[in-house]
Ligand binder design. Structure first.
Ligand code: SAM
Ligand code: SF4
Length: 457
């Protein structure tokens, strides 16, 4: 406590500011909001830009290997700045630093980095800052066990969008994936804590919440209360006053009919589902340890469409997994043709040290992986475009999020199904639900015009 006080006094006296550079998924983006909350609690304010900050923090990701090169490049660029400004503090944290060998390599390569810590050590950030500022000490904190979670409220982006973690970690051990090693075992938060947080957000003017977890469908395991994800979703829909609810990620093996029925019963749960398939070949799915077959997945999609017609469906797909033959790859393309996802995040398989797939025979060469990803991206691009075209002429309710970065005088927001729409409008519309007629479709975005005199809050 004393350290926090001294730190806050120092920050106030010196007008200390911070900049957080975030890599990776939405869970990382939300961790950055939690780090911002911790920094605010000890008097640090957000900087306008990285160049003006007194503390630069890199929140890293390690799901694919090119992230490491990119991070080392970006941290290296600060060497000169550190020479010119002795007071500048540099920190690196997040998933990549949870790998002790990478954290040590970073510490050795860049002696000017003051603070290095993993995902389990976020709560100790004020102590690490204290050590750096008052004692001139470097900290490298990477522990296997999570610190007591920090209860400091996250410092969130302005309304209308927000995210709430419902669980941490993952127990699935898909054979290609490093997440279970760096995020640890699955831990669900109590439903009361989650409901309290979502209610607070609704009161503070947030209109949409994204419930986050690596595998939201196994929510509740290990809790003293008797609750599953469908039960939690229903309570969030009924008891919080939140206008729109989304969630990710659903593992196909655990996505239950109960969850689909809850979605069908509640209008404030968005008609959008992210269901990563990873491969269209049952043989590769077995090697990936996904615990469903191509047929199981297609049957799930059939049930989704039957229960919730018009649902927007997205997925994740990996090409070039060890041993993937041309036939397996063609199975993936045919599944994509059959399901016709509205969007897909497509990845080239990337070797992650310590995972089971890294030691498998039949690693595919880079050129071949590239050929396969190009074919998949082309196919999905065409399907996404056709799915967008089908929206032209429709009327959609858009929650306005921001000014458009591309088109001056336009604002942007998402439909209930999660499609991004740009339309002419002023920034004062941000946070409002606007009825919009879709007039044009491009590859990734829809364009529309406001239907006047018909605003809903
Ligand atoms: N928990 C989520 C799930 O199971 O769908 C996804 C989490 S992961 C951070 C996001 C996506 O990254 C995965 O769905 C997968 O497609 C991709 N991914 C994970 N490990 C990968 C690897 N080693 N190489 C390429 N893509 C990978
Ligand atoms: Fe990784 Fe599989 Fe867990 Fe998703 S479910 S985080 S892909 S191990």
């Amino acid at each position: 406590m004393e350290k926090r006080k001294s730190l806050a006094a120092y920050a106030a006296e010196n007008g200390c500011t911070y900049w957080i550079e975030t890599y990776g998924c939405q869970m990382n983006a939300h961790d950055s909001e939690r780090l911002a909350g911790i920094l605010a609690s000890v008097g640090f304010a957000p900087a306008e830009e990285m160049g003006q900050a007194d503390l630069i923090l890199f929140n890293t990701c390690c799901v694919r290997d090119n992230a490491e090169k990119k991070l080392f490049g970006n941290v290296g660029k600060l060497k000169q700045k550190k020479r010119q400004n002795k007071k500048l503090l540099v920190g690196v944290c997040g998933c990549m630093m949870q790998q002790a060998d990478v954290a040590e390599k970073l510490a050795d390569t860049f002696p000017f980095v003051n603070i290095i810590f993993g995902t389990h050590n976020m709560a100790a950030l004020p102590e690490m800052l204290y050590a750096a500022i008052f004692l001139g000490e470097r900290t490298l904190a990477v522990s296997d066990q999570e610190d007591l979670p920090d209860e400091t409220p996250a410092l969130r982006a302005k309304p209308p969008l927000s995210a709430v973690n419902i669980m941490q970690g993952c127990d699935n051990f898909c054979s290609y994936c490093i997440v279970p090693y760096v995020r640890g075992r699955e831990r669900s938060r109590s439903s009361e804590e989650i409901l309290r947080e979502v209610r607070g957000l609704a009161k503070a003017g947030y209109q949409e919440v994204m419930l986050l977890g690596q595998n939201v469908n196994s929510y509740g395991k290990g809790l003293a209360e008797n609750i599953d994800f469908a039960g939690l979703l229903e309570r969030v829909a009924e008891e919080t006053g939140m206008k729109r609810i989304r969630f990710m990620t659903s593992h196909p093996k655990d996505a239950s009919q109960r969850m689909l029925d809850v979605m069908a019963r509640h209008e404030n749960i968005c008609r959008q589902l992210h269901l990563p398939v990873q491969s269209g070949s049952s043989r590769i799915l077995r090697l990936m340890n996904r615990r469903y077959t191509r047929e199981d997945y297609l049957e799930l999609i059939r049930r989704v469409r039957e229960t919730l017609p018009g649902m927007t469906l997205s997925t994740d797909i990996i090409v070039g997994f060890p041993g993937e033959t041309e036939e397996d790859y063609q199975d993936t393309l045919s599944l994509v043709r059959e399901v016709r996802f509205d969007a897909a995040y497509t990845f080239v398989y990337s070797i992650r040290r310590g995972t089971r797939a890294a030691a498998m025979e039949g690693q595919i060469d880079e050129k071949e992986k590239q050929r396969r990803i190009v074919g998949l991206v082309d196919l999905q691009g065409q399907i996404t475009y056709e799915s967008n075209l089908a929206h032209v002429g429709r009327r959609e309710l858009v929650l306005v999020e921001d000014e458009s970065r591309r088109d001056a005088g336009h604002v942007c927001g998402r439909t209930d199904g999660g499609k991004m729409v740009n339309f002419p409008g002023e920034p004062s519309l941000i946070g409002q639900f606007m009825p919009v007629e879709i007039t044009q479709a491009k590859k990734t975005t829809l364009y529309g015009r406001r239907i006047d005199g018909d605003t809903q809050a």
